[in-house]
Design a protein around this ligand. Structure first.
Ligand code: GDP
Ligand code: MG
Length: 441
């Protein structure tokens, strides 16, 4: 969601780096650029202003300007302030001392409450070995209850429902059910409306009063930009929230909401939703997000994602091959298939430092392309698969004819393979000593 912002900040940094010494005016020019970039990314006006003020004050300090590498110092300050803006520390979900932990999910209609009840339950079951229960408190449309059951079934998580009864009673009964049956984590999927109104808030207040939830998590849609911030403020004032789950961060939102919520409401973002699939959820780490925004890559999240998805044994084999530089096109095909389950390759590679996202624009994986890739690789001889560098033009023509695709398609695949090799080399060196290139150039 931050491509535009990252690009513009990188360009401002580049300007700073190109100068040996920095004057106060140089820093101020760069900060003006960054301020524009923040506003274009839909960051709240006052938040952007305060951010730039804080950075400028620190970065124009004589000690910084006279230091050996002033540009690096300024970038470091931007990074630190950005982390602070995003909330500083990672804020985890509070776990009740006496189970069950009760999480009440609230938000407007369509924000992502129902899906994210299931996503969060799945995440915490995996990360903390919890036993979650989902409770259907959105009783106004039978479809809402069904939807919760569907996502629950997909993840094999139990759903408690009493049809279209009284949401307050259902919440209480759901929690009793959890206590009696050893569920230690209860998610209340509540109703939303298109707009905030008194009736919605009253219902949520009644549920809150009846069950005293451990946490109230507000789900907001990142795509709604500044509205997400306003909604957060309103819910917090009316109901009191503990944190925010920002959904749809995978969309083409400009990301400003994520940068503004903490500063405006004082409440941290705890999780982000990053896609439609039920595995597409991440704890929100301000430091990692800052690195991503500043174009320094988010290697930790990438590695965690890979660890969650890769089949351990196959991963070990692939790692061995990668380390020896013997990655073949057959391995590549296998990796592509795994990548697909991890999210688009573009997204994966975008988290790596030093990888130019634009060069990878064609690297998105879709079903059709996957079929093509498979066909092309299968038209190669084993020798070619093991050693793609021998594939000259006449071989390309033969391969293209064999799979019924164009020479261009063959070329494109070989380019992707190169990009993948580059990525695996980087990953390998990072995995080895954590000494991979941490920063761009
Ligand atoms: P609710 O009305 O608040 O319960 O919202 P739902 O859980 O029904 O979600 C509304 C729509 O948003 C559904 O189509 C979800 O699949 C979609 N959605 C939720 N979270 C995300 C996300 O992180 N990324 C994307 N792309 N879609 C999401
Ligand atoms: Mg819902």
């Amino acid at each position: 969601a931050f491509e535009g912002l990252t690009e513009k900040i990188s360009s401002a940094f580049k300007g700073l780096r190109s100068k040996g010494r920095l004057t106060e005016a140089d820093v101020k020019d760069a900060m003006r650029e960054i301020r524009m970039a923040l506003l274009e990314a839909d960051v709240n006006f006052k938040v952007a202003k305060d951010f730039i003020k804080a950075v400028t004050e620190k970065a124009t300090d004589a000690e910084i300007l006279d230091s050996l590498s002033p540009a690096q110092q300024v970038i470091k300050i931007v990074n630190e302030e950005l982390i602070a803006l995003l909330g500083g520390q990672t804020t985890r979900l509070t776990i009740a001392p006496n189970p069950p932990t009760i999480v009440m999910m609230v938000g407007l209609q369509g924000a992502g409450k129902t899906t994210n009840c299931a996503k969060l339950a799945g995440l915490l079951r995996k990360q903390q070995q919890r036993r979650p229960l989902l409770v259907a408190c959105d009783v106004y449309r039978p479809a809402a209850i069904d939807q919760l059951k569907v996502v629950g079934r997909q993840l094999d998580i139990t759903v408690f429902d009493e049809g279209q009864g009284d949401p307050v009673e259902i919440a209480k009964h759901g929690i009793d059910h959890a206590k009696r049956n050893g569920y230690d984590l209860v998610f209340l999927d509540t109703a939303g409306r298109l707009h905030i109104d008194e009736k919605l808030m009253d219902e949520l207040k009644n549920i809150k009063a009846a069950v005293t939830p451990t946490e109230i998590i507000l789900v907001v849609d990142a795509m709604t930009g500044q509205d997400a911030v306003t909604v957060s403020q309103t819910f917090d004032q009316a109901l009191g929230i503990n944190g925010v789950l920002m959904s749809k961060m995978d969309g083409d939102a400009r990301g400003g909401a994520a940068l503004s919520v903490k500063a405006v409401t004082g409440k941290p973002i705890k999780f982000i939703g990053t896609g439609e699939k039920l595995g597409d959820i991440e704890p929100f780490h301000p430091d990692r997000m800052a690195s991503r925004i500043l174009g320094m890559g988010d290697v930790l999240t990438l590695i965690e994602k890979a660890q969650q998805t890769f089949d351990q044994k196959q991963a070990a084999e692939t790692a061995k091959k990668m380390a020896s530089g013997k990655l073949t096109l057959t391995d590549f095909l296998g990796q592509l298939q795994q990548m697909k389950s991890m999210g688009s390759m573009e997204e994966m590679l975008g988290m790596l430092p030093g990888v130019d996202a634009k060069a990878l624009a064609g690297a998105k994986i879709d079903e059709k392309q996957m079929a093509h890739t498979e066909a092309i690789i299968q038209s190669m001889t084993p020798k070619e698969r093991d050693n793609p560098s021998i594939i000259n033009f006449s071989r390309k023509k033969r391969i293209a004819a064999g799979c019924g695709l164009s020479v261009e398609a063959v070329n494109k695949l070989l380019k992707q393979f190169e990009a993948m090799q580059k990525m695996t080399r980087q990953l390998t060196s990072m995995a080895r000593g954590g000494k991979g290139k941490k920063k761009r150039r």
